[in-house]
Ligand binder design. Structure first.
Ligand SMILES: C[S@@+](CC[C@H](N)C(=O)[O-])C[C@H]1O[C@@H](n2cnc3c(N)ncnc32)[C@H](O)[C@@H]1O
Length: 294
């Protein structure tokens, strides 16, 4: 496993709670020989595992559209050229008359909720409100983001590079992508494997794809403490200027912390500084890192 990551590559899918800024901290904190399988059962954008780049990995999420997007890249059904053509054509329709941009966004949203195309998913993720992923009973329900100059040539080029990078990583490693609830994948972990956990935060109003409750957090903590035979690391917020996160006490590992700013999510409160925690199973903390005593 690489200890030092100086340049973090950003994948094409955006999501609230994306750990882009924490990747160097996470990579520097772990001690794992890399010989087993990297499990990432809450993969979201995939930014953590894609940058750490283990030889073998099982990336999973209960959101089928994230998984489908990366499977399409893996198979080659999607690539940088296809994405460039699509975003250029659809971006032009979105920008033709600023007054119509909103209604065009909602047309694509409706189309996605019927056909579930990975290209529409990418389009919505990059034109919606702050890169949010949220589903309700009628499907994808994030409102239009109203930023001017959406899909400028420079932004399309940036997204295309992100697609090319993600595809290159996926196709040059032994990685699998699965639609799964976390319990189903964790049931197959062995003692040589490493599990990176980044579950939703119970109590936050945004549902990624289904809800996440305090009971889910408790069940995950119990499983992590008793049923993961190899190493694990869990990301969670530690404190902000108002309070500390009591849920963390449910995990028995070593606590490491890092300060971080959120830029995603609709609410201003999410843009404040936050100290982030990484709980790492004893025996899997990199020697240079000093656990925090709480
Ligand atoms: C905090 S986000 C992960 C962010 C990711 N680490 C990143 O940096 O982009 C949590 C993820 O967990 C997924 N999720 C929520 N409930 C789940 C469940 N029961 N099983 C598996 N995945 C779930 C969500 O779809 C979301 O992608």
């Amino acid at each position: 496993m690489p200890r030092e990551i100086t340049k973090v590559h950003v994948p094409p899918i955006k999501i609230q709670g994306i750990k882009t800024k924490l990747v160097p901290f996470i990579a520097a904190s772990l001690s794992w020989d890399g010989n087993g399988v990297w499990y990432e059962p809450f993969m979201g954008s995939g930014v953590v595992g894609f940058n750490i780049a283990p030889k073998r990995a099982i990336f999973s999420d209960n959101n089928p559209y994230i998984i489908q997007f990366y499977q399409d890249l893996q198979r080659g059904d999607l690539d940088a050229a296809v994405v460039r053509d699509f975003l250029t054509a659809e971006g032009a329709k979105l920008c033709q008359t600023p007054a119509d941009a909103r209604s065009y966004y909602y047309r694509v949203r409706e189309r996605f909720n019927q056909s579930h195309s990975s290209l529409d998913f990418l389009f919505l993720q990059r034109s919606n409100f702050n890169g949010m992923i949220r589903f309700g009973p009628n499907g994808y329900n994030v409102p239009f983001g109203r930023k001017p100059a959406r899909f400028s040539p420079a932004l399309i080029t940036k997204i295309v590079h992100q697609v090319a990078w993600a595809q290159q990583q996926i196709q040059s490693h032994d990685w699998q992508f699965r639609v799964a609830d976390w319990q189903d994948v964790l049931a197959t972990v062995s003692d040589r494997d490493f599990v990176y956990l980044d579950p939703p935060y119970a109590g936050r109003s945004t549902d990624y794809f289904g809800s996440w409750t305090a009971e889910d957090t408790e069940a995950l903590a119990n499983w992590t403490n008793t049923r993961i035979p190899g190493g694990y690391a869990l990301s969670m917020w530690y404190k902000n200027k108002y309070r500390t996160n009591d849920a963390l006490h449910q995990w028995h590992g070593e606590l490491l912390t890092d300060e971080h700013y959120y830029f995603l999510g609709g609410k201003t409160v999410n843009r404040n500084a936050m100290t982030e925690a990484l709980v790492v199973k004893k025996g899997y903390v990199a020697p240079a890192q000093r656990p925090v005593i709480i």
